[in-house]
Design a protein around this ligand. Structure first.
Ligand SMILES: Cc1cc2nc3c(=O)[nH]c(=O)nc-3n(C[C@H](O)[C@H](O)[C@H](O)COP(=O)(O)OP(=O)(O)OC[C@H]3O[C@@H](n4cnc5c(N)ncnc54)[C@H](O)[C@@H]3O)c2cc1C
Ligand code: SF4
Length: 341
């Protein structure tokens, strides 16, 4: 691993000033560092569209970005709050257990103790070509997607174009179902973006997975400061399920988060922060989306998708059933067996 400079920011403004000061170099913000330091900053995970970071700005030292506040208007979580603090928060587990359960399903207790919510949402893809040596793929600024002809287990079964990653974050799946928004700060000022608009597909820019702006050399100019979640409509319950290959800590094969309003699936609940009968799938496509598309609710990968024959379609059916009706798949091991290659 190459050396890097590390700066602690005490305030959001200080972090923004540091981003501006080092904008001529490859600069990134760092949360717990479990992904960027341990995974992405290996000498071989680079390319002309993805220079190795030279400067890291630590945002866990910003007090305003750590902690969880709930009031009558909703919930605000600092992006530098650890996943363990999200899981342990009693207000969250009472009001928004779908987020608690999603966070609890992430990685191991050790990683959750220092991995942050912002880091989990903004972590880079797990595609083994992207993280592997000798694969100068589109996402690193190269001119090929090795998943098209190579081993593309765990890649997109829905959508995907140019690049076929699946977005890895479990908490993002729950936050989309909760109709959350991201507060963003950067050298161009502050803005708020709904999670529906936050994640972007490869056609928008194959070098990134979200709307956060970069400088021309790939350095960050913006970062997420907080996540805000409106109060769900009264009586709404949320289903969450995650199917995994290994029954220890693991990324999802597929996951589903969905609200189940009190009136039933066809009801149109009134209330703040609800967009109807939306369903959010995790680990099926590059661009995170809430969906009410009928063919997805029936569980089949969309015709013409990159891997329409992928047996994770069966796992998706089981996951949707479990998230909708609140019970685990009748035989999850069968769903998983069919999901293996
Ligand atoms: C063995 C293992 C198993 C795992 N299993 C799962 C799993 O099942 N589900 C899952 O969801 N994840 C899983 N992960 C990923 C893990 O959850 C992430 O590594 C972690 O959450 C990242 O948090 P961090 O604070 O350490 O991020 P960092 O490493 O600090 O940052 C990750 C990325 O996000 C960017 N970033 C960090 N904070 C912000 C911010 N506030 N605004 C903008 N950009 C930011 C950084 O620049 C970097 O690119 C696993 C990881 C490992 C190593
Ligand atoms: S799926 Fe994306 S990240 Fe993986 S090899 Fe193809 S272009 Fe690279």
């Amino acid at each position: 691993m190459r050396g890097f400079e590390l700066y602690d920011a005490a305030t959001v403004k200080e972090a923004v000033d540091l981003l501006g000061k080092y904008s001529g170099r490859a600069v990134k913000v760092v949360g717990g560092g479990s992904d960027i330091v341990g995974g992405v900053m290996k000498d071989w995970v680079q390319g002309k569209g993805m220079p190795l970071p030279e400067v890291l700005i630590d945002i866990t030292t910003i007090k305003d970005m750590v902690g969880i506040k709930t009031d009558g208007g909703g919930t605000t979580i600092g992006a530098a709050t650890t996943l363990t603090d999200v899981i342990d928060n009693k207000d969250l587990s009472t009001k928004l257990p779908v987020l608690t359960n999603a966070a609890l399903s992430v990685a191991s207790p050790l990683i959750r103790n220092f991995g942050t919510l912002g880091g989990n949402i903004n972590q880079r893809p797990r595609c083994w070509f992207f993280r592997g040596e000798d694969f100068n793929c589109y996402k690193k600024g190269g001119d090929f997607c090795y998943a098209v002809t190579g081993d593309n287990r765990y890649h997109a079964i829905i959508g995907g174009e140019l690049c076929y990653i699946v977005h890895p974050s479990d908490t993002a799946t729950a936050l989309l179902a909760l109709n959350a928004s991201a507060k963003i700060a950067g050298t161009g000022g502050e803005r708020t973006v709904s999670f529906d608009e936050y994640f972007t597909g490869p056609r928008v820019d194959v070098l990134r997975e979200n709307v956060l702006k970069n400088s021309t050399n790939g350095g960050a100019t913006e970062f997420m400061t907080h996540v805000t979640i409106p109060n769900p409509a009264g009586g709404t319950k949320f289903g969450w399920t995650k199917l995994k290959d290994r029954q220890v800590y693991d990324f999802a094969l597929v996951s589903v988060a969905r609200p189940v309003p009190r009136q039933g699936r066809r009801g149109r609940p009134q209330g703040q922060g609800h967009q109807g009968d939306r369903e959010v799938r995790g680990r099926t496509d590059p661009e995170r989306r809430a969906s009410d598309e009928p063919e997805l609710l029936q569980g089949g990968p969309r015709a013409g998708s990159h891997r329409a024959d992928d047996p994770r379609g069966a796992g998706l059916v089981a996951a949707i059933g479990a998230a909708t009706f609140g019970s685990p798949p009748r035989d999850p091991s069968q769903a998983l067996a069919r999901s293996r290659f």
